[in-house]
Design a protein. Structure first.
Length: 147
C-alpha cells in the first residue's frame, strides 16, 4: 500500500463507518482480528465488539461526526488529529440527554496489516467532554427540562 491507500482507508473508516454509521463497510476496512481502544476508554476486539461501541456512541450522540484535522502517514501506520461532535440525545457518560451539541478533540493511531486496520488506539479530551456534559445537564435541569 502507498500513502494514498492508507489515507483512503482512514477516510473511509470515518466517513462511511462512523459518520454514515454503515456497519456493512467494517469488513472492507477492519481486519477480522481488529483491536480497538476507543476515545471513551473502552477496549473492543473484532468486528462485533467494535460494532457495539459504534452503536452505543450513535445511540447517545445524534448526528455524530468525526472530522479529520490532520493525518501523518508512514508505512503501516497513520496518525490522525481529530475532532468529534454530536447531539446528546440519550444517557451518555453518566449524564442524562440534554439535546445539546457536544464536541471534543482527539487523536487516533491506526496500525495496518496489509490493506486493513488491525489496531486502532484513540485518545479523546474527555475532561473537556465531561465539562460540557455537566454544564449542559445543569442548564437543562435549571431550565425545568429534567427528565
Amino acid at each position: 500500500m502507498d500513502r494514498h491507500d492508507y489515507q483512503r482507508q482512514v477516510e473511509k473508516f470515518y466517513a462511511r463507518i462512523w459518520d454514515a454509521h454503515d456497519k456493512s463497510v467494517i469488513p472492507q476496512v477492519l481486519h477480522e482480528d481488529f483491536t480497538f481502544r476507543g476515545s471513551l476508554g473502552d477496549t473492543k476486539r473484532g468486528h462485533a465488539g467494535f460494532a457495539q461501541y459504534l452503536d452505543a456512541v450513535h445511540d447517545a450522540l445524534g448526528g455524530y461526526r468525526c472530522m479529520i484535522e490532520d493525518l501523518v502517514i508512514e508505512p503501516g501506520r497513520v496518525f490522525a488529529k481529530m475532532h468529534f461532535i454530536g447531539t446528546h440525545r440519550a444517557p451518555f457518560m453518566g449524564y442524562p440527554a440534554t439535546g445539546q451539541s457536544v464536541s471534543w478533540a482527539g487523536c487516533a493511531l491506526f496500525t495496518f496489516t496489509q490493506d486493513k486496520v488491525s489496531d486502532l488506539w484513540v485518545l479523546g479530551d474527555l475532561k473537556s467532554l465531561e465539562a460540557q456534559l455537566a454544564r449542559n445537564a445543569m442548564a437543562h435541569r435549571d431550565s425545568g427540562n429534567s427528565q
